[in-house]
Design a protein around this ligand. Structure first.
Ligand SMILES: *Cc1c(COP(=O)(O)O)cnc(C)c1O
Length: 400
């Protein structure tokens, strides 16, 4: 028994875990104090809850609680990390190294910094979507102050070699930021082991509430300086002014606790579901292409191209399945994903790509249903494509 529609778009956002909601509720109703209020019990209990959540976030990534700055999400964390570090270290240099497949919330702040006179080197990726530490080494100059490489890609799920990049950055005395929004809560992340100085995360990507995230800012070896984006009451060590959203922060903390205790089993289960989906689709359909590295990827990610169809037409046909396509609607036109193009894929194939994001609440029954549902829709759309019919005929003639 499955319930329609089925959600397989867990890279866009996840359902809030009921245990997270339960933990948050008292902080809307009875315990609604401002954690900055020092003069009464409402403030004290909110402050205590924020303190505990801060420890939960820190523990999940191997950091100390004073190194966690609460933000509104990963977009803000990325902006604070990149602009904050670029501004603070302007006297040291003006060069930044990043990657072409980063999330827009990294690419766009970097473009803004370019307008301010910073220079950014965007590394290209190989056909699997990966960079190497050697590429970073070659890009670093005496003026480099910061390297920003994402942990896991939000479209193709591939995992960049953080540990090697972190080690290199330490050797060269350059700060290392990682957008770990898709990785945190899904795979082990440790800022010490990975040599990370700044790390962005967001609660709603791992079963927490929307509108809250954190930036990890290293406090020793080295002490990382940042300039804030917001000025005001001086909250979060002056790096993020504004009243702390206690319920959301409690939710983030709870999501971290759950992730920490359930990660190994969950990664294994979700990984098997993803493999089952891939196996099912590739058995039921000819011409299915897996995008991104086959094994160095998030457990829940499957990004595939179905040649001879348009993903936007497919998604319309799949009204009972929530997945997303390899295209992004900008203001006027539909553009193929910059990530898929960076793999060297042509535009037609990029437009034929679908991202499946499996997660905590998906079941085997849903996967089996989705295989049939997608295979039928793809087959039907291909039958309507004369180009596909032509290639069928020629390949049949050739084999005859
Ligand atoms: C979702 C996402 C973001 C943005 O996170 P928000 O909390 O929604 O601002 C940034 N980077 C990556 C890789 C993401 O997947």
């Amino acid at each position: 028994m499955i319930c329609l529609p089925v959600y397989m778009d867990n890279h866009a956002t996840t359902r809030t875990d009921p245990r997270v909601i339960e933990a948050m509720l008292p902080f809307f109703t009875q315990k609604y104090g401002n954690p900055a209020s020092r003069t009464h019990v409402f403030g004290w209990e909110a402050e205590e809850a924020v303190k505990q959540a801060r420890e939960s976030v820190a523990t999940l990534i191997g950091a100390g609680p004073r190194e966690i700055i609460f933000t509104s999400g990963a977009t803000e964390s990325n902006n604070l990390a990149l602009k904050g570090a670029a501004w603070a270290y302007r006297d040291k240099g003006n060069h930044i190294v990043s990657v072409v497949t980063e999330h827009p919330s990294v690419l766009d702040p970097l473009k803004r910094l370019e307008q301010e006179g910073y220079q950014v080197t965007f590394l290209t990726v190989d056909r699997d979507g990966l960079i190497t530490a050697d590429q970073v080494a070659e890009a670093i100059t005496p003026k480099t102050i910061l390297v920003s490489v994402m942990a896991a890609n939000n479209e193709i799920g591939v995992l960049q070699p953080l540990e090697a990049v972190g080690k290199l950055c330490k050797e060269r005395g350059v700060l290392f930021h990682t957008d770990a929004t898709q990785a945190v809560g899904k795979i082990p992340i440790d800022v010490e082991e990975m040599g990370v100085d700044l790390l962005s995360l967001s609660a709603h990507k791992f079963y927490g509430p929307k509108g809250v995230g954190a930036l990890y800012v290293r406090k020793r070896n080295p002490y990382v300086r940042l300039l804030p984006l917001l000025d005001g009451g001086g909250h979060e060590q002056g790096l993020r002014s504004g009243t702390l959203p206690t319920p959301l922060i409690v939710g983030l903390g709870k999501a971290c606790d759950i992730a920490r205790s359930e990660m190994p089993e969950e990664a294994d289960r979700v990984g098997k579901l993803r493999d089952r989906l891939w196996l099912g689709l590739s058995r039921r359909l000819e011409d299915v292409i897996l995008n991104g590295h086959p094994t160095r990827r998030l457990p829940g990610n499957l990004n595939v191209s179905f040649p001879y169809i348009r993903a936007d037409a497919l998604l319309v046909a799949l009204r009972n399945l929530a997945v997303s396509s390899g295209s992004a609607c900008t203001s006027a036109e539909v553009r193929p994903s910059h990530v898929l193009l960076a793999l060297g894929m042509d535009e037609d194939l990029a437009h034929a790509s679908v991202r499946f994001g499996l997660g905590r609440f998906n079941t085997e029954a849903e996967v089996d249903w989705a295989v049939e549902y997608v295979a039928e829709a793809v087959t039907k759309l291909r039958q309507l494509n004369p180009l596909y019919q032509m290639t069928r005929h020629t390949s049949r003639e050739r084999s005859a």
